[in-house]
Design a protein around this ligand. Structure first.
Ligand SMILES: NC(=O)c1ccc[n+]([C@@H]2O[C@H](COP(=O)([O-])OP(=O)(O)OC[C@H]3O[C@@H](n4cnc5c(N)ncnc54)[C@H](O)[C@@H]3O)[C@@H](O)[C@H]2O)c1
Length: 390
């Protein structure tokens, strides 16, 4: 069986999630054609390097991400550091001929995603991007229903990612709020999930107009190695939030459907409402991460009698049987990461092209760039396919 020797660059939330995938995949997917091996982990935080070896079983850990990304005993690199580190990491890994799986958004600005795509294209390496929600078995089922015509002609799409991760004004000024570490704010961070979902389910977006806002202007400065959700004191010194907390857009799809999108990290109420509603001439579907194991389906032909019905997840849908047999035995957030990592490495083993890869990430930032342009022009902007160049 093909060995896939792994480097992970950044052992925070996502680095740990992908590392756990590598450990779980052999027992979850016996039909796989590869064996993952955790070889080297790079992190600037010493305690995370210790955990990498002691708890995750990496052979070694280093504070030098470049050495990890280019090591001779590595086949594939997972890029799980803050956004503005993605591009140099991808440049080094692709130049060394490694397959690269990068967390979204692939860089913090659209031009960086386009450059990452160019690096991968020039070197011909396999690429993957962490739009993990596309791997929800019920989202795959929704896509199959839509492409099979169950909803008829799609008329309207509503996408949103309303999260409370930044809703506490005492939440620390971590990397996500800073231009030099994150790049753009929610238009990179979570709109990338909403747009990738819409493109996966409905297709290309051709024009957009939108707005942005920053609702919490200053936050307490972190004092230690806080990376994620630490909280400061009202008396702490503060720094400026440098990117947007909120973004929204109206759009038109190439197939004529209309769409609306809203994303926020400071809203109060929805805790992680990554959700869509798709409306067609024969029916509708809706799904939310907050009810990951439920897909709501409205059929016009029986709707008067039943309204929306709930389809529960189960082993009748792709991948779910790896986690639990039967119906309505729930899966969770990290299971989607295990599925995407399995699918990526399986495609490496079989030589098939993996989707979503860097090309799909450029499709997403092509929409983001049009949105950014519309913030300045205050008018509708046509989405240009940035795969053809910037
Ligand atoms: N797909 C998803 O659902 C999802 C969820 C969260 C984050 N993400 C993405 O994953 C990436 C990481 O986010 P996170 O939440 O895991 O962040 P995090 O802050 O939890 O972890 C980042 C890690 O990178 C390390 N790091 C920072 N600079 C480094 C450097 N120069 N060399 C090596 N390591 C370095 C930090 O010490 C930390 O351990 C981001 O791009 C983010 O957008 C994706």
């Amino acid at each position: 069986m093909k060995k896939i020797r792994i480097a992970v660059l950044g052992l925070g939330w996502m680095g740990q999630a992908h590392s756990r995938s590598a450990l779980r995949i052999p027992s979850l997917f016996p039909e796989r054609e590869f064996n993952p091996e955790l070889v080297v982990c790079a992190d600037t935080d010493a305690s995370r390097r210790e955990r990498a070896v002691a708890d995750f079983g990496f052979r070694r850990a280093t504070d030098d991400w470049r050495a990890a990304a280019t090591a001779d005993d590595v086949d594939a690199v997972w890029v799980t550091a803050p956004n503005m580190m993605h591009l140099p990491m991808i440049e080094a890994a692709t130049a060394a001929g490694k397959a690269v799986f990068s967390e979204k958004p692939i860089g913090g600005k659209p031009e960086q995603t386009v450059q990452a795509f160019a690096y991968a294209k020039a070197t011909g390496v396999a690429t993957g991007v962490g739009y993990n929600y596309l791997w929800s078995p019920l989202v795959i089922h929704a896509r199959d229903l839509i492409s099979g015509g169950a909803l008829g002609q799609i008329t309207h799409y509503r996408g949103r990612f309303l999260s409370m991760y930044g809703s506490d004004e005492l939440g620390l000024l971590t990397w996500r709020f800073k231009l030099d570490e994150a790049g753009y704010g929610v238009s990179s961070d979570i709109l990338s999930h909403s747009v990738s979902m819409a493109q996966y389910l409905v297709g290309d977006i051709s024009e957009v107009v939108g707005m942005r806002n920053t609702t919490i202007a200053r936050r307490p400065l972190p004092t230690g190695a806080a990376s994620h959700y630490g909280q400061g004191e009202p008396s702490d010194p503060t720094g400026e939030v440098e990117n947007e907390d909120f973004a929204s857009m109206l759009c038109r799809f190439a197939n004529g459907a209309t769409g609306t999108f809203e994303v926020s990290r400071t809203v109060v109420g929805p805790e992680s409402q990554n959700a869509f509603e798709v409306y067609g001439t024969k029916g509708a579907l809706s799904w939310s991460l907050e009810q990951l194991n439920e897909l709501m389906y409205y059929r016009k032909d029986v709707g008067v009698n039943s309204g929306y019905t709930t389809i529960f997840g189960g082993d009748r849908f792709p991948y779910q049987g790896a986690f639990a047999p039967g119906q309505a035995n729930s899966i969770g957030f990290e299971d989607l990461i295990a599925i995407e990592d399995y699918a990526f490495m399986q495609s490496m083993a079989t030589g098939e092209t993996f989707h979503p890869g860097f090309a799909e990430a450029v499709d997403v930032v092509s929409v983001q760039q049009a949105l950014i342009d519309s913030w300045e022009s205050r008018t509708w902007e046509t989405v240009r396919d940035l795969k053809a160049g910037y």
